[in-house]
Design a binder for this molecule. Structure first.
Ligand SMILES: [Zn+2]
Ligand SMILES: [Zn+2]
Length: 341
């Protein structure tokens, strides 16, 4: 696979590998401007990924030192991981939505072990059995690698144009996958005259063959009852209405018919919510619900870490159904169980 793909109209993509991950790579987009290239996302912070990024930029006829700015779709390490290194090498600005910038600040400030303590408490509250939670409590405080994601220099303003000299790139706030996820709408004529409105850099929000993970926003210091799944469904409709001529996602490959993909994802989630409701004829904790939901393999074969992600998805469904008054918590239950209303 060629390291660089030319999408036309001053947009190219680089395949930056994600180590030990079935997704394989992040598509980093290089957008030419009148004052140097701007990157959409940067890739995982790993020597091989850095090598791929810098080699790809050389193949584009530029270099990392020439980068004017970095627009980050969301804070996840396969998107924002190398942003700090790019800034060091070039003096580029980094732009991120304030809600994801808050996650970055919290990650940088967190004491070692804070995340594990939070996760153990959350799983216990969700009804996880002691044998699942105990290893988290027993883990040494420094069991997780100290992540130090780069602080942004600029805030992405929802609905606003980014500062790309000679180009029109508008930020579309699409919370759901993360609280501050943005898609970026290149409001320019499609270089191959395809019908539709410009091109959309969709990050992880809209992918051609994957349903992005929608869990909880996971803020140890915030007890607000957010509804990430509801946010995601609203955000899907918002990008569908843009009717871009082409979608440039952060994984897999470019595709057209954004509206069709949005309809498919909305139908998938509607079906999943119906399935969850059908399971809630009797009271279930989030853990018990997760055990009964359909995953890509039987529950017994899902490893420890993936079970935590599955329980977060189950909770996201419960929160959304509670908000719609379709499900209610059972009074006096501890851990809290839920039942169809
Ligand atoms: Zn992501
Ligand atoms: Zn991703």
């Amino acid at each position: 696979m060629a390291p660089v793909y030319d999408h036309g109209g001053g947009v190219r993509s680089l395949r930056v590998p994600i180590p030990d991950n079935p997704l394989g790579h992040t598509l980093v987009y290089v957008v030419d401007t009148d004052r140097g290239p701007v990157l959409v996302d940067t890739g995982w912070d790993d020597p091989a990924s850095w090598e791929a990024l810098t080699a790809g930029l050389t193949a584009c006829g530029t270099s990392v030192a020439e980068i004017l700015g970095v627009v980050v779709t969301h804070h996840h390490p396969d998107h924002h991981g190398l942003s700090g290194r790019v800034r060091e090498a070039s003096g580029a600005w980094i732009a991120l939505h304030p809600a994801d910038a808050a996650v970055v600040r919290r990650t940088r400030a967190a004491r070692p072990g804070r995340w594990l303590t939070y996760l153990a408490a959350r799983l216990t509250a969700a009804g996880a059995p002691e044998h699942h939670v105990a290893p988290l409590r027993a883990a040494p405080a420094d069991a997780l690698p100290g992540l130090s994601p780069a602080l942004p220099d600029r805030e992405i303003v929802p609905g606003g144009l980014l500062d790309l000299p000679g180009r029109r790139l508008r930020a579309i706030w699409t919370p759901g996958h993360t609280p501050g996820h943005v898609c970026l709408h290149l409001e320019e004529h499609h270089p191959s005259d395809r019908t539709g409105h410009g091109r959309l850099f969709s990050g992880d929000h809209l992918l051609p063959g994957i349903t992005p993970h929608i869990g909880l926003y996971e803020d140890p210091d915030d007890t607000t009852m957010t509804d990430p799944l509801g946010d995601y469904l609203d955000s899907l409709e918002r990008v569908g209405r843009l009717t871009p001529a082409e979608v440039l996602p952060a994984h897999q490959h470019a595709f057209d018919d954004a509206a069709g993909r949005v309809r498919l994802l909305l139908a998938h989630h509607a079906e999943r919510l119906t399935g969850v409701l059908a399971l809630l004829t009797g009271p279930l904790t989030p853990w018990q619900l997760a055990e009964r939901m359909e995953w890509n393999r039987p529950w017994a074969e899902i490893p420890h870490g993936s079970r935590n992600i599955a329980v977060a998805e189950a909770e996201a469904h419960l929160r959304h159904l509670v908000k719609l008054d379709r499900v209610q918590p059972v009074p006096g239950s501890d851990p809290v169980a839920y039942i169809a209303a």
